[in-house]
Design a protein around this ligand. Structure first.
Ligand code: ADE
Length: 251
């Protein structure tokens, strides 16, 4: 039976998704609360993982072993590294890399020990579904029924776009242009950074489960990012998560 796990790193990103569940039940273990129920008739478990690779990896392990999920969707925010990305754009991960993995000189920088993999690849079907869901939300007609104009203006969101590509994950919040450029010099294809995606992708790879990572740009990973990030999370990120998840389940 198909059982979908939905994870977000923060309550703000996931609380609206919990509200979509029918026949809802709660279970708490290891400082996480798992909400199971049905979304559009499909068995679904929603949990917020907390921040960072360990928090995300342990949570998804539990979703797999305790809740028997057969696929995972991660939704949340990210800091943009690519200069063409703006706050409010949506990135769908095609590949995920752990930018803080560095076992040199024994392994190549960024290579996951023993797996011999640097980039975890998402399956084409998952990417397409997420991409359609994001496109639907960002379509002009839809965007303005979901957000009010003042909200969009406050964040300078205008014609937001949907991009598919590489996402970098690591236990670091980027708030310096220097750090951002240093990482881009080493991993030039990375579109954005966050703190969980590639950890979740590794666990899903090891268990043979398809993974989807969808990230809305909350800041551009520079000196302004702590302020932009906090206000984006407070005011707008939940709507993105909820609408994208609704669109995914409609397909
Ligand atoms: N998630 C959202 N913004 C981020 C940033 N600047 N660095 C790391 N993770 C993030």
């Amino acid at each position: 039976e198909r059982i979908i796990g939905i994870m977000g790193a923060m309550t703000e990103e996931i609380s609206g998704v919990v509200d979509l569940l029918s026949e809802r039940e709660e279970m708490t273990a290891g400082m996480r609360t798992y909400y199971s129920g049905r979304l559009n008739g499909i068995k679904t478990v929603v949990v917020f993982s907390r921040w960072g690779k360990v928090a995300a990896a342990t949570t998804v392990s539990n979703l797999i072993l305790e809740f028997k999920i057969t696929e995972l969707i991660f939704t949340g925010v990210a800091g943009a590294l690519n200069p063409d990305l703006r706050i409010g754009d949506i990135v769908i991960a095609k590949r995920l890399v752990q930018h803080d993995m560095d076992a040199r000189p024994i392994m190549k920088q960024f290579e996951i020990p023993l797996l011999g993999i640097t980039f975890f690849e998402c399956q084409r079907e998952q990417v397409t579904i997420a991409s359609n869901a994001a496109t639907e939300l960002l379509g002009n007609k839809h965007l303005h029924t979901v957000f009010d104009q003042k909200e969009l203006e406050e964040f300078g969101i205008e014609n937001p776009k949907r991009v598919i590509g590489d996402v970098g994950s690591g236990d670091k919040f980027f708030s310096s242009s220097q750090d951002k450029h240093d990482l881009l010099a080493k991993l030039p294809t990375i579109l954005c950074v966050e703190m969980e995606g590639a950890a979740v992708a590794q666990v899903c790879y090891e268990y043979g489960l398809p993974v989807t990572v969808i990230r809305t740009i909350s800041d551009v990973a520079d000196e302004k990012s702590p302020i932009d990030f906090v206000s984006f999370i407070k005011k707008i990120s939940s709507t993105y998560s909820v609408e994208i998840i609704k669109n995914i389940f409609r397909q």
